[in-house]
Design a binder for this molecule. Structure first.
Ligand code: SPV
Ligand code: MG
Length: 290
């Protein structure tokens, strides 16, 4: 099975697909090692790793090249976050084949205006494009893929924009009509109530995608029980883990005036060398260095 087919199969097969965010290939490898079904090529994480806001400050090519680097080191599917598609339906037509060639198995495109603002920021600028315009963008994405198994996920930000459930359902249905393979419904409410009401009202046999960052008490078992959700995305837990770990280790070294204690608690250099794919290079050395 190809990586694309692994994700397609999960979408239709009834088993919840779990995707962990990554901002670089090392984080993606650790997600695979931990047993996640796939990797989320998060725009938020990549922006954070460059210390800039998640608001189309980074160029499309910076994100695209990171997706290529990530896909090249993992054997699980990569779901690429292409934000708004970097422009209109024409831009989408050119961008989707590039992400496909970079090795993404799915793209997620959201119905906000370009340039976007990040979804979870308080008082963010959350303006949406017209429904018809976004239908054109979804249709452009599906028409642009070369492999029919590339998954096109349409994401509505109607709840994030405060437009309410009726508008969210109207948009999600319109995007399915335009050819979306799945619908990502995003919410920044601190409880799952808003998303659960949407899931309850969702009557179309097209799988949903949830990003429970704002309402973390909703577990995978809870989500699986809903019977309508194909994918759960953990949107920013790699970068938050990295920030927490670096802060704590850096502070300890400053406090103690050296690395004498911290060294024992850190992953060994040998561990990092293994993650760099050292075994493969050793094989090449044995075969080809004469
Ligand atoms: C991302 O991780 O880039 C996302 C999810 O799009 S969120 O940041 O919650 O909008
Ligand atoms: Mg994003």
């Amino acid at each position: 099975m190809t990586k694309h087919q692994m994700l397609r199969h999960a979408l239709t097969g009834g088993k919840l697909f779990t995707a962990m965010a990554a901002h670089n290939p090392l984080a993606a490898k650790l997600a695979e090692e931990a047993g996640f079904s796939g990797v989320w090529g998060s725009g938020f994480e990549l922006s954070a790793s460059y210390a800039v806001p998640d608001a189309n400050i980074l160029s499309a090519s910076v994100h695209l090249e990171m997706m290529r680097a990530i896909a090249s080191v993992i054997s699980i599917p990569l779901i690429a976050d292409i934000d708004t598609g970097f422009g209109n339906a024409i831009n989408v037509s050119y961008v989707v084949p590039q992400y496909e060639a970079a090795g993404a198995s799915a793209i997620v495109m959201e119905d906000k205006t370009f340039p976007k603002d990040t979804s979870l920021r308080a008082d963010g600028r959350q303006e949406l494009v017209r429904i018809e315009e976004f239908q054109g963008k979804v249709a452009a994405a599906t028409a642009a893929r070369r492999d029919p198994d590339l998954v096109v996920i349409a994401r509505t930000e109607a709840l994030i924009a405060g437009l309410g459930q009726a508008e969210a359902i109207r948009r999600a249905e319109a995007y399915v009509e335009a050819g979306a393979d799945a619908i990502l419904i995003h919410s920044k409410q601190k409880t799952a109530d808003e998303v659960l009401a949407f899931v309850d009202a969702w009557k179309i046999a097209v799988p949903l995608v949830l990003v429970p960052t704002a309402y973390p008490s909703l577990t995978e078992a809870d989500i699986a029980r809903l019977g309508k959700v194909g994918v759960v995305i953990y949107g920013n837990h790699a970068i938050r883990a990295a920030v927490g770990a670096m802060r704590s280790v850096f502070a300890q070294i400053r406090r103690q005036g050296g690395i004498q204690n911290v060294d024992l608690a850190l992953p060994s250099v040998k561990d990092i060398i293994a993650l760099q794919g050292d075994r493969h290079m050793r094989d090449l050395e044995a075969k080809f260095l004469k």
